[in-house]
Design a protein around this ligand. Structure first.
Ligand code: AMP
Length: 298
């Protein structure tokens, strides 16, 4: 496994691997998994999928300052370079890109990538500028690594929708591959931020996956509920937990993230063959957790 800290190095490593593996059976497709580190099984699942599909696997670990708001957790975001490199090695990563902030942002930046519309709702509404930071860093990483496929978790479903739109609008020749949410056995979605939770908060946080599971079952069944009723019931379940503070619970169409008629029951949507997302963000103390369920009426 090669470790690059500069843009020049990572480009050189990937170019070498591409030419070495040109005629190998696994091919010389580059699969890319961008992360902020403190890697867990969710990240590992993306790396495994990339390993299965691509001859060359690149991982980036970069806590991107421009996607954090002024009162967010940039300064205390968890880091563990040694354990991350061990996990990467175990998962058969070929190249790890570990740039410094100065390497990624060496001078005043005059360019920002903004995806409009899709970023006005859900986390985009609660975290102004967050998706500009994400779209900008992912564009830069795509230009540096030049992957054929990039693997992202559905845990950040809005991020997937935003990046798919960016790639399509800007004619980037990269396939965005969404991968399923990995959960603990008790249902909690894996997240680097779970380490902040106290034992009590962690136990109460199970209400998120539980209420999403129950709501998904209702949405998929022939229940006559409206989106408004489903959202209200999820909110009520979460509010029963004294440590939870809801940021949002919303149900939208997916992947366009446009509003649903909140008062119409779901029968027409079921017939339409589209997809919906039920997404939430909830704070436990100062830790903000997100989770979602995507339901396809196929
Ligand atoms: P992060 O390091 O939090 O920026 O995440 C890097 C990538 O891992 C993103 O594509 C996330 O969606 C994905 N990811 C994080 N948690 C999970 C999870 N529990 N299941 C699947 N993918 C995840």
């Amino acid at each position: 496994m090669r470790i690059a800290t500069t843009i020049q190095e990572v480009r050189a490593f990937i170019a070498e691997l591409r030419s070495e593996r040109q005629s190998s059976e696994a091919g010389n497709l580059v699969g890319f998994v961008p992360t902020m580190g403190y890697l867990h099984e969710g990240h590992a699942s993306l790396l495994r999928r990339a390993r299965r599909e691509c001859g060359i696997v690149a991982l980036s670990i970069f806590v991107n300052p421009i996607q954090f708001g002024p009162n967010e957790d940039l300064d205390r975001y968890p880091r563990s370079e040694a354990a991350d490199l061990e996990l990467a090695e175990r998962e058969g990563v070929d190249v790890v890109f570990l740039p410094s902030v100065e390497e990624m942002y060496p001078r005043e930046r005059k360019t920002t990538v903004t995806v409009t519309g899709l970023t006005d709702v859900l986390c985009g509404a609660s975290r102004p500028g967050h998706f500009d930071g994400v779209a900008t860093v992912v564009s830069k990483l795509f230009n540096i690594v030049k992957p054929d496929r990039a693997f992202f978790g559905a845990k950040d479903a809005q991020q997937v929708a935003v990046l798919q739109k960016m790639v399509s609008d800007l004619n980037m020749d990269i396939e965005i591959v969404p991968c399923p949410i990995v959960r603990e056995e008790d249902g909690l979605a894996l997240s680097s931020r779970n380490v902040y939770l106290s034992a009590e908060q962690r136990s109460e946080a199970l209400v998120l996956s539980r209420s999403l599971r129950e709501a998904s079952a209702r949405i998929e069944s022939s229940s006559p509920a409206t989106p408004e009723q489903i959202v209200e019931d999820v909110k009520r379940a979460i509010e029963a937990s004294p440590l939870a503070e809801i940021d949002y619970v919303q149900m939208l169409s997916f992947p366009d993230l446009s509003p649903l008629d909140q008062k119409r029951d779901l029968s027409e949507l079921r017939k339409s063959g589209g997809s919906v997302i039920l997404a939430l963000a909830v704070k436990f103390g100062s830790t903000r957790l997100i989770d979602n369920a995507i339901i396809s009426f196929k």
